[in-house]
Design a protein around this ligand. Structure first.
Ligand code: CA
Length: 223
């Protein structure tokens, strides 16, 4: 999952960035609204965390502009404590959820995960397809109730495919959403991860190769 963070307070920005990276997310950090707009227009994100009080372009204008340009990724806004008007304005501008400062990192993570999951059409934190279950909170995978050991990269590939069911996901989309910008972008690496992943979750056979295009995760309930 690739997350955009737009926060002008340097220490909070860095703290958010390192925490999310530690949880396995690819993260882009923007220090003001202008930078946020650049990133939001340039890259595809799975979610964004946007502070409302930002220099150059304020958070509300940033969200309105991105929404006006059909950028539909879920947005969590950070608001000042006790400013209920901020929350209402943020939601009206197109944000999906809000969190008042100061906040616990755990709450931010839980809200962010819920936003990403709900955007993909899953109500529960445990994504379920046939005999395959992926617990987004515990980062655990089970096949027919048996726990499966996956590496961090294999887990990320499976989670991304399950959150984007029934459509072709290209190898370059996977690298864009799962890895830091400086990651080795050789598409053979993705093939190796997917190959190992398929073996580990067999006999579940829900990841199809679409020749020359990428992969499709087959799901019962199209979303
Ligand atoms: Ca601020």
């Amino acid at each position: 999952m690739r997350i955009l963070i737009v926060e002008d307070e340097a220490s909070l920005r860095e703290q958010l960035g390192s925490h999310l990276k530690g949880e396995g997310y690819a993260v882009d950090l923007a220090a003001d609204g202008e930078e946020g707009l650049y990133f939001g227009r340039e890259y595809e994100y799975d979610a964004a965390v946007i502070d409302l009080g930002l220099p150059k372009v304020d958070g509300l204008s940033l969200i309105k502009t991105l929404r006006g340009e059909d950028r539909s990724f879920p947005v969590l806004v950070l608001t000042a404590r006790g400013h209920w008007q901020d929350k209402v304005q943020g939601l009206e501008a197109g944000a999906d959820d809000y969190l008042a400062k100061p906040f616990q990192m755990e709450e931010l993570m839980a809200r962010l995960n819920a936003l990403i999951r709900r955007t993909a059409g899953y109500a529960s934190p445990v994504l379920s397809q046939g005999d395959l279950q992926l617990d987004t909170a515990k980062k655990e995978v089970r096949v027919s109730e048996q726990a499966i050991e996956l590496t961090a990269y294999e887990y990320k590939v499976l989670e991304y495919l399950m959150l984007n069911p029934n459509r072709v996901v290209s190898k370059s989309e996977l690298t864009d959403h799962l890895y830091e910008q400086d990651f080795d972008r050789d598409s053979n690496v993705i093939e190796v991860f997917v190959g190992r992943l398929r073996k580990k979750i067999s006999p579940v056979d829900l990841i199809r190769t679409v020749r020359g295009q990428g992969y499709r995760f087959l799901a019962d309930n199209p979303v």
